[in-house]
Design a protein around this ligand. Structure first.
Ligand code: EPZ
Length: 418
C-alpha cells in the first residue's frame, strides 16, 4: 500500500503536460481483440488499470508489450474467450472485453467485474444490448457467459447513455454481418477515440447526429496505429490544483473542447483561464468563490470524474456551494474525509451542501477511489500543516506519477510505499 504526505500552503507554479486518457486506453486495448493483426497504441498512459488490461489480453493469448511509450498488441494468436477469475474480477474494465470477444469469437465469458466503490456498477445495460443482438447471455454462478455471434440489422436503444455499455455494444456490433444502430449512446470523447481506433483498423463507425451511432456490418479489419486522446480528467485535476492553491499553471496538450463544462465552473469559482492552442493557462484566486449549483451529467455536462476535485475546492470557498452527483449513487465518500480536515458539509443522498471555511487543517485521510483520493491530495495542498492520504495506490489507477508531477510545480508532497 502507499501513502502521500503533503505539507500544505505552497502555491503551484509551472507547467504540466497531460498524458493519454485512461478511459480511452482501456476500451481501445479491449478493442484490439477484434483485430487479428498487430496494432500500435501510442500516448498510452502507464497506469495500473492499463497494465491490468494488458495482462488480461495476455491471459487470452494475445501478445502485449511496451516499446518505449507505445503498447504493441497482437491479438492474432488470441485463443480463448474466457477471462481468468483472479485478475478480471479486480477491475471494472474487464467487462469491456465481452463485446470484442463476442465480435471476434461469437463467445465471451467473464466474472462479474469489480470496480472502485462509487456505486454498485451494474452491467445490465451491456447485457440487455447483447441480448438485443441475438446473443445468449447467462448470468448464473456469478459469471457472465455470452454465446452467439452478434446479429446486426437492429436499432438498439440505450435507456441511459452508459459509457461502458456504448463501448461494449459498438465493439460487439463490429463483428456483425449487417449494420447496427445504437440509439441514445454516450457522447464522451473517449468513445469517439475508440471509434477512431476502430475506423483506423478497417471497421466503419460514425455518429449520425448526437443520438445515434451507426456501425457498418461485414467489415474486415487490419493492423493499425493509434494515438490515445489526451486525458481531460487528468487535465481537469491539475487545473483544480491551481485553483485550490491560488497558483498559476500552464496545462499543456489538453483538448479544450473536452473541458467546456469544467472551465465554466472554474471561472465561476474565480479562476482566470487563458486558452492558447492546446495550452490552458490558469491562475487560481486568493480564495475561491462558491459554486451555487454544480450537477454532474453525462457528457457534455459537468463530468462526474471531476466532482470530488471540485468538492475539495468548494470546502475553502467564500460562500456555500451545492453539488449534485447524478451519475453514481455513492460518490461522496471523500466528504467524510474532508470533514476530518475541517470541511463543513452536509451530504444527503445525491446532494452535498458545502459551507466554505477559511482554513482546512492537515489530517490523516483515506482515498476510497481514484478521483476521491486525488481530491484529498488537492485539499492537502491547501490545508495548514501535514496531510497523510492513505491507500494512495488507488490514485495510481488514474494518474501517472501524481506526487512527482505536483512536486514539479512546487507542491511539498512525497510518497511512501509500504
Ligand atoms: C465510465 O464508467 C468511466 N470508466 C468512469 O470513470 C466514468 O465515471 C463513467 O464512465 C461516467 O463518465 C471507464 O471508462 C473505465 P457508465 P462506466 O456506464 O462505463 C449506471 C474514473 O474515475 N449503469 O456511464 O461504468 C452506472 O451504475 C471512472 O475514471 C447501469 O445502471 O460508466 C452509473 O450509475 C469512474 N447499468 C451510470 O450508469 C449499466 O449496465 C453511469 O455508468 C451500466 C451503467
Amino acid at each position: 500500500m502507499a501513502k502521500l504526505i503533503i505539507e500544505g500552503g505552497h502555491t503551484l507554479k509551472g507547467q504540466i503536460t497531460v498524458h493519454g486518457a485512461k478511459n480511452a486506453a482501456l476500451p481501445i486495448l479491449a478493442a484490439a481483440m477484434l483485430v487479428p493483426e498487430p496494432v500500435r497504441i501510442s500516448n498510452c498512459p502507464r497506469l495500473t488499470d492499463v497494465e491490468n488490461m494488458a495482462g488480461l489480453l495476455r491471459a487470452l493469448g494475445c501478445r502485449a508489450e511496451w516499446v518505449e511509450d507505445d503498447l504493441l498488441i497482437d491479438a492474432g494468436s488470441a485463443r480463448t474467450a474466457e477471462l481468468p477469475e483472479g485478475l478480471a474480477g479486480s477491475i471494472r474494465s474487464s467487462v469491456f472485453l465481452l463485446g470484442p470477444l463476442l465480435g471476434r469469437f461469437g463467445a465471451a465469458e467473464a466474472p462479474y467485474p469489480g470496480g472502485c466503490d462509487i456505486g454498485h456498477r451494474p452491467v445490465d445495460l451491456h447485457l440487455k444490448g447483447f441480448r438485443a443482438m441475438g446473443v445468449k447471455v447467462d448470468e448464473a454462478s456469478g459469471r457472465i457467459r455470452c454465446l452467439g455471434r452478434p446479429k446486426g440489422g437492429a436499432e438498439i436503444a440505450l435507456e441511459y447513455p452508459s459509457v461502458g455499455a456504448t463501448e461494449n455494444l459498438l465493439m460487439a456490433a463490429c463483428g456483425a454481418e449487417e449494420d447496427t444502430v445504437l440509439v441514445n449512446p454516450a457522447r464522451e470523447p473517449e468513445i469517439d477515440d475508440l471509434m477512431n481506433f476502430l475506423n483506423g483498423a478497417g471497421f466503419e463507425l460514425r455518429r449520425e447526429g448526437s443520438s445515434r451511432i451507426r456501425i457498418r456490418g461485414g467489415r474486415r479489419s487490419h493492423g493499425t496505429a493509434h494515438a490515445i486522446v489526451p486525458d481531460r480528467i487528468e487535465a481537469g485535476t491539475y487545473l483544480a490544483a491551481a485553483a485550490i492553491t491560488g497558483g498559476h499553471l500552464l496545462i499543456r496538450g489538453a483538448r479544450r473542447e473536452h473541458l467546456s463544462a469544467l472551465l465554466t465552473a472554474l471561472r465561476e469559482a474565480g479562476c482566470r483561464i487563458r486558452l492558447e492552442g492546446t495550452d490552458l493557462d490558469i491562475e487560481g484566486p486568493e480564495r475561491p468563490r462558491e459554486l451555487r449549483r454544480l450537477a454532474t451529467q453525462p457528457y457534455p455536462g459537468f463530468p462526474t470524474d471531476m466532482q470530488s476535485q471540485m468538492f475539495a475546492l468548494c470546502t475553502v470557498a467564500k460562500g456555500t456551494s451545492v453539488l449534485e452527483e447524478n451519475v453514481f449513487e455513492d460518490r461522496f465518500r471523500h466528504g467524510a474525509e474532508l470533514v476530518r480536515m475541517g470541511a463543513d458539509c452536509l451530504i444527503r443522498g445525491r446532494s452535498a451542501v458545502i459551507r466554505g471555511v477559511k482554513h482546512l487543517h492537515g489530517a490523516q485521510v483515506t482515498a476510497h477511489d481514484l478521483r476521491g483520493g486525488a481530491a484529498l491530495a488537492l485539499a492537502g495542498l491547501r490545508a495548514e500543516g501535514i496531510t497523510v492520504v492513505e491507500r494512495a495506490e488507488r490514485i495510481d489507477r488514474g494518474y501517472m506519477n501524481f506526487a512527482a508531477t505536483l512536486r514539479s510545480v512546487g507542491a511539498a508532497i512525497r510518497r511512501e510505499d509500504d
